[in-house]
Design a protein around this ligand. Structure first.
Ligand SMILES: C[S@@+](CC[C@H](N)C(=O)[O-])C[C@H]1O[C@@H](n2cnc3c(N)ncnc32)[C@H](O)[C@@H]1O
Length: 177
């Protein structure tokens, strides 16, 4: 009896430790990928971001660090093709589930990997919720890759060297010239 109890206690301890280590790993992942940790944009802010993006059906929107895919789904709901990049695998899987449940599975794609390694030149709109420390490097990537007329929608952080043409509730809208 005692042996069984000890075995179960050890097993539960092991599961807790492994679970905690995995959770910590995913939490710390962005520190190694030069991106923001996972903090989901509120649904009210998602609505502002999509409105400021002025997406038209058939346009292509990227979310750099797409989290649980809420922006991708919201963009797809207005008819845009939305493509995310995300380093956290459980969030990639959550995105596909959310897109399927919202009925926009055909318009949403998400790649498991770093957005720094992706060429984003095809974008009509780029969403980003980054960190102040990565914004200068992002601005450089945008200047190198984005075509004139591309809209950049940034949550919380301004983009150095760009002038916001609109802002609302901590969301900034830029247009590449
Ligand atoms: C602040 S959250 C924003 C999530 C989502 N865009 C939203 O608005 O709800 C930043 C996300 O970027 C992801 N991330 C961090 N560095 C990344 C990188 N180099 N490439 C792709 N995703 C990254 C994180 O895992 C996290 O989910």
């Amino acid at each position: 009896m005692l042996v069984t109890v000890l075995f179960i206690a050890q097993f539960l301890l092991l599961v807790t430790v492994v679970g905690y280590a995995v959770w910590l790993m995913f939490l710390l992942l962005p520190a190694f990928t030069q991106g923001a940790p996972y903090v989901a944009t509120t649904h009210s802010r998602v609505a502002v971001m999509v409105r400021l993006a002025k997406l038209a059906p058939g346009e292509l929107a990227y979310d750099l660090g797409s989290g649980d895919g809420r922006l991708l789904v919201a963009a797809a709901k207005v008819g845009a093709h939305s493509q995310g990049y995300e380093v956290n695998l459980p969030l990639v899987l959550a995105t596909y589930l959310a897109a399927y449940r919202a009925g926009v599975g055909k318009l949403v794609t998400v790649r498991w990997g770093s957005f720094w390694r992706q060429n984003i030149s095809q974008a009509d709109v780029v969403f980003v919720y980054g960190l102040s420390t990565i914004m200068p490097k992002l601005a450089q990537k945008f200047r190198q890759e984005l075509a004139p007329g591309t809209r950049i929608i940034s949550a919380a952080f301004e983009l150095p060297g760009f002038t916001a043409e609109a802002s609302e509730g901590g969301v900034y809208r830029y247009v590449v010239h």
